[in-house]
Design a protein around this ligand. Structure first.
Ligand code: PXG
Length: 301
């Protein structure tokens, strides 16, 4: 059976799931989206993803033509129709069809579509060996221009960075803001662990991540990791951090819906910590795996 895709209240087989070439989501990247994951019959943090979608839409003055409750039902129905208890969910709301002018005011009704599919997992050895990342010349969008807190359909900033990372032989890019502070990666938030005490216990380390106001998306996985750190009594702070701080961290990892928690072992040719995935990173990933099976909206096929 072909994948069934939700568009504006109806489901279409993949080969017939189409939106207009006059849709401003396509013409201008005018729209917002979410990437969500379902694990064994639980849509992880669906409420939080919907909240972020509504906030992104509010900022760009896009009125989503349904309620969050209706959206939740549409997401679950789409999973059911595709017989998926686990997988990836892409929720998209565009400005809708208009004319060739950029004015959003001529677009009559936003387009809503939902794609659910099996998740393409990162190679397992990356989690064991860790990832090498590279700083790229393209700076992250300025919060004063298009705020990276808006999960907008315009991902050119991130795509440019991804291309530059690839040109440099890496899969992921470390992005800086216009002042040179580390903000995030192209599709993941970034964390570091620094040993601050004398012992080797969790409380002797501090977990650090850049504050989102510098120009990072407020990741749902980022929030989940902060929540787990609190439970583990692992000291945590949002801090303005430089590349120097990351080069000299004891552990570095990235967080995102697709990647979950992925260790970083090299940045711009500098080995991070022991050069192997760290203890705290592994601990956080374990607890994250337990959390995704608890915290979300439950459904059955
Ligand atoms: N920063 C950016 C710029 C993102 O796009 C994250 C951080 C992590 O946020 P969550 O809420 O997922 O913890 C994201 C989201 C992909 C892909 O195909 C990745 C994202 C979005 C869309 C596609 O890798 N990451």
């Amino acid at each position: 059976m072909e994948l069934q895709i939700y568009i504006d209240g109806k489901w279409y087989p993949r080969s017939e799931a189409k939106v207009s070439v006059f849709d401003h989501g396509l013409l201008y990247g005018d729209g917002v989206f979410e990437g969500i994951r379902a694990y064994d019959g639980i849509v992880f943090k669906l409420e939080e993803h919907l909240k972020r979608l509504w906030e992104s839409a509010h900022t760009i003055m896009l009125e989503i033509p349904m309620t969050p409750r209706e959206m939740e039902k549409a997401v679950i129905e789409t999973l059911r129709r595709n017989k998926l208890t686990s997988g990836y969910i892409r929720l998209v709301v565009t400005r809708g069809t208009g004319d060739l002018g950029l004015s959003p005011f001529l677009c009559k009704k936003p387009t809503v579509f939902i794609i659910t599919d099996k998740i393409a997992l990162y190679p397992a050895d990356l989690y064991q060996k860790g990832l090498e990342i590279i700083t790229v010349p393209t700076v992250r969008n300025l919060p004063e221009a298009v705020n990276p807190s808006i999960k907008s359909l315009n991902y050119l900033n991130n795509i440019m960075a991804k291309i530059e990372a690839r040109n440099g032989g890496c899969m992921e890019a470390l992005m800086l803001n216009h002042q040179g502070y580390v903000v995030e990666c192209t599709g993941d938030n970034v964390f570091m662990v620094k040993k601050t005490g004398k012992g080797s216990a969790v409380k002797d380390c501090t977990l650090l991540t850049p504050p989102s106001y510098l120009g990072a998306l407020k990741g749902i996985t980022r929030d989940a990791i902060i929540e787990i750190a609190r439970k583990l009594k692992l000291p945590f702070a949002e801090r303005i951090l430089t590349r120097h701080d990351f080069f000299n961290a004891d552990e570095v990892f990235l967080t995102g819906t697709a990647a979950e928690v992925i260790p970083v072992v090299k940045i711009d040719g500098r080995v991070v910590g022991s050069g192997k995935p760290g203890k705290i990173t592994k601990l956080l990933l374990e607890d994250f795996h337990a959390l995704v099976r608890k915290d979300g909206v439950r459904f059955s096929l």
